[in-house]
Ligand binder design. Structure first.
Ligand code: XIL
Length: 382
């Protein structure tokens, strides 16, 4: 069951909606025909206040914007272009956006001499219209690279120039408009070893290319904050250890490295990483910015629907992840990897899991939504 279990009363939403967002999205979210009793039993017959309105001042509560990647193989039309209700939710609840795929190499640079900036431009425009920040994702990664790049025959010199040109062009285009860039994504494996086999850049050049990438990005936009980003790095482990060590080393060498992003793709199949706050704090204490960049919490479904118990546990994971970030001085940004189950990547990539986001398919809020709302409001009052 994915729809309307919880009564939603929306207040104060319309003030946030400006051009580009359909008025239909401004009103009350669907309450559907559910019994009010079910909602109050679960304790969620409370007001639904936009997350960005209850967030502490200066705190970025973000969301990925659908498009490209797995979306291209789905039956629905491009959500960002055609789903007005979806656009309304993006504008209403979030003050930061991340293009989910539009700035990855295969999407933005499909041929050697061809860039496709239109869709990312549209997201940046939307963000400006709605007073939102933008996170850029990503410039150096082992995945979602175009064939012309991975299968092409290039000399080392050519390949280095290709990366330099790409970074200069993409970061330069959004100079002053993108606040944080995930320059390098997923460069370490579970053992804290560099991915020198899968990552074309690390394979060809070794670790020195990482410093180059950060320097080129910094030249293209000196004000943007430059990040490393990875999954499975929420807690203290070999992977997060490797990042902390590398980041300190690079900074000593004068490389412009500013922050660490933990993705936060969590699953109820695993315990919550209870040392998350401690891990984020050690990066913050070392003077780095911290961001939680791609949160979702997968529920094991095995073909069925999530139970009340699942949804409660999921809300708890969301709450704890947000609390971990809010408890850390330099953690100022918390981004969900999509607002709604309707377009989530999870069922496509994890076939036995799903319902990983905070809104049902019909945009009615799940317990996880209220967990975030309460946690933000509490932090704001502190
Ligand atoms: C995912 C997207 O959500 C999908 O649309 C796409 O098909 C594959 O990539 N870590 C990341 C993100 O850094 O870029 C990934 O996004 C999810 C895992």
């Amino acid at each position: 069951m994915r729809v309307g279990r919880y009564i939603a009363i929306t207040v104060g939403a319309s003030a946030l909606l400006v051009s580009g967002v359909a008025p239909a999205a401004a009103g009350t979210l669907p309450t559907s025909g559910t019994a009010a009793g079910a909602a109050s039993q679960a304790g969620h017959d409370q007001k639904q206040v936009p997350l960005r309105k209850v967030a502490p001042k200066g705190f970025a509560i973000g969301v990925a914007v659908a498009g490209g990647g797995h979306h291209l193989d789905q039956e629905y039309p491009d959500p960002f272009k055609y789903d007005e209700e979806y656009r309304g939710v993006l504008a209403k609840h979030f003050n930061s956006v991340t293009p989910e795929n539009h700035l990855k190499w295969d999407f933005v640079h499909p041929e050697r001499n061809k860039y496709r900036f239109g869709p990312a431009d549209a997201i940046v425009r939307f963000a400006q219209q709605n007073g939102q920040k933008v996170r850029g994702h990503t410039l150096l990664w082992h995945s979602q690279n175009p064939d012309w790049l991975t299968k092409g025959k290039f000399s080392r010199k050519e390949l280095r120039n290709i990366l330099k040109e790409h970074i200069t062009k993409v970061v330069g285009r959004y100079r002053g408009k993108i606040d944080q860039w995930d320059v390098a994504n997923e460069i370490f494996d579970d053992n804290g070893k560099l991915r020198t086999k899968e990552n074309i850049w690390l394979k060809t050049f070794g670790p020195s290319i990482i410093a180059d990438a950060f320097r080129w990005a910094h030249q293209a936009d000196p004000k943007a904050k430059l990040f490393f980003n990875d999954y499975g790095a929420e807690g203290i482990n070999k992977r997060s250890d490797a990042y902390l060590k590398l980041m300190k080393k690079l900074r000593k060498q004068g490389v412009p490295v500013h922050g660490f992003g933990v993705q936060g793709h969590l699953s109820l199949n695993y315990p919550f990483p209870s040392d998350m706050a401690k891990n984020l704090k050690r990066f913050s204490d070392a003077g780095f910015e911290v961001a939680v960049t791609e949160v979702d919490v997968r529920i094991p479904l095995n073909g069925g629907d999530a139970s009340e118990g699942h949804l409660k546990k999921q809300a708890d994971y969301y709450r704890r992840a947000l609390e971990a970030c809010l408890s850390v001085k330099r953690c100022n940004s918390f981004t969900l990897w999509g607002p709604t189950d309707k377009y989530s990547w999870v069922p496509v990539f994890f076939p036995d899991e799903g319902e990983a986001t905070i809104f049902n398919d019909d945009f009615s809020p799940k317990p996880a939504y209220f967990a975030l709302q309460e946690t933000l409001a509490k932090a704001r009052r502190r």
